[in-house]
Design a protein around this ligand. Structure first.
Ligand SMILES: Cc1cc2nc3c(=O)[nH]c(=O)nc-3n(C[C@H](O)[C@H](O)[C@H](O)COP(=O)(O)O)c2cc1C
Ligand SMILES: O=C(O)C(=O)c1ccccc1
Length: 346
């Protein structure tokens, strides 16, 4: 396998069509899903000459956590639909690649077991704030106890996105034997994940009071919201449209990045996900001010294709591509890229 795209093709062959469509699909007409990748294609790289270095630096530090490359594993649900080892395999591959894995609240392996399967892994925990705040707090406590080093609070989901592919397959629940293990509740079994439009900035304040973990706000699109996130104490913002799975026709994340970086004014790191498929994509996002990016579907494709080894290979491909692209651009480190590296349009 020599590219993320090849992994997607293999994953498609291996997965049940309903599950492939769940992973691959987006909301509505999938305008945003396509726009995320297209935005990277449209932006050109403009290398410098005679300025390179023999050894390039790829590592970054984020909220006190080191990553050997500026590519994180985005939180994606239901890894056991892709491979029996599920999130355990993903965490082992992330640990081997020395990058950060954001464990989805909707993981099919409990966060404690993900951590136990990969003791070296640096884990962050993604949270959908539940209207039952005591239950939310109990989940936060579990993530803390499992050793997660940050909370990634997803704020782009006041409701579940409408995804035609899921509706067509009637995919609305996990098959027997699989469930959202982080939603187990002593008395009531496994609770459903509630997406609620009543979640507000007040809930963020409450979260900040109950945990010392840094909070990343994931799903910020409006520059005013990025500014608000800083004012309300977020430790980082993640520019994300949920991989085009929530509100269709919102802009590509890459196209919003410059405005958000300007709005945040260096107060907190800005992360980005959506459509990152190549090392050159990573450079473009970093040139426009992101500190790091995250990949969602590419990791799922690796997992479906070949479990831990597949995820490992996907991360290795991205790493090699970043290294190659950095050298070709005459840059020595992912830390000092600037907008001069990109030109629009292609
Ligand atoms: C199958 C799938 C499941 C996802 N599950 C979650 C989730 O549980 N929590 C969350 O915050 N984001 C979730 N996301 C969104 C990802 O974190 C990320 O924003 C998105 O996948 C990035 O786009 P990419 O797939 O183009 O890399 C999911 C995305 C996919 C594709
Ligand atoms: O499918 C998703 O994108 C997603 O975010 C999610 C959230 C909760 C349960 C399952 C999936």
């Amino acid at each position: 396998m020599f590219s993320v795209r090849e992994f997607e093709a293999l994953a498609r062959e291996r997965l049940d069509p309903a599950h492939y469509d769940y992973f691959a699909g987006g909301a509505g007409d999938e305008v945003t899903l396509r726009a995320n990748e297209a935005a990277f294609e449209r932006l050109a790289l403009l290398p410098r000459v005679l300025t390179g270095a023999e050894k390039v630096r790829l590592d970054v530090t984020l909220l006190g956590s080191r990553a050997a490359m500026p590519v994180l594993v985005a939180p994606t649900a239901f890894h056991r639909l892709a491979h029996p080892e599920g999130e355990r395999a993903t965490a082992r591959a992330a640990a081997a690649a020395e990058t950060i894995m954001i464990v989805s609240m909707a993981s099919t392996v409990a966060v404690e077991e993900v951590a136990a399967a990969a003791p070296e892994a640096v884990l962050w925990f993604q949270l959908y704030v539940q209207p039952d705040l005591d239950f939310t707090e109990s989940i936060v406590r579990r993530a803390e106890a499992a050793g997660c080093r940050a909370l990634v609070v997803t704020v782009d989901s006041p409701a579940r996105g409408r995804r035609d592919r899921e509706l067509r397959h009637g995919f609305d629940d996990l098959p027997d034997g699989l469930c959202c293990e982080n939603l187990r509740d002593g008395d009531t079994g496994v609770r459903p994940i509630v997406m609620s439009p009543s979640i507000s900035w007040e809930h963020l304040h409450r979260l900040r009071r109950i945990t010392a973990l840094p909070i990343v706000l994931k799903g910020v699109l409006h520059p005013e919201d990025a500014r608000a996130a800083v004012l309300h104490g977020a430790a980082a913002v993640m520019v994300s449209n949920h991989g085009g799975r929530q509100l269709d026709t919102v802009p590509a994340t890459l196209d919003l990045l410059p405005e958000i970086v300007a709005a945040v004014c260096g107060a907190v790191p800005v992360l980005l996900d959506g459509g990152v498929r190549r090392g050159t994509d990573v450079l473009k996002a970093l040139a426009l001010g992101a500190t790091a990016v995250a990949v969602g579907r590419p990791v799922v494709w690796g997992l479906a294709a070949d479990g831990e080894r597949g995820v490992g290979r996907v991360l290795e491909l991205l790493r090699d591509e970043i290294e190659q692209a950095l050298m070709m651009c005459g840059r020595a480190s992912v830390r000092d890229l600037d907008p001069g590296l990109v030109r629009r349009p292609c």
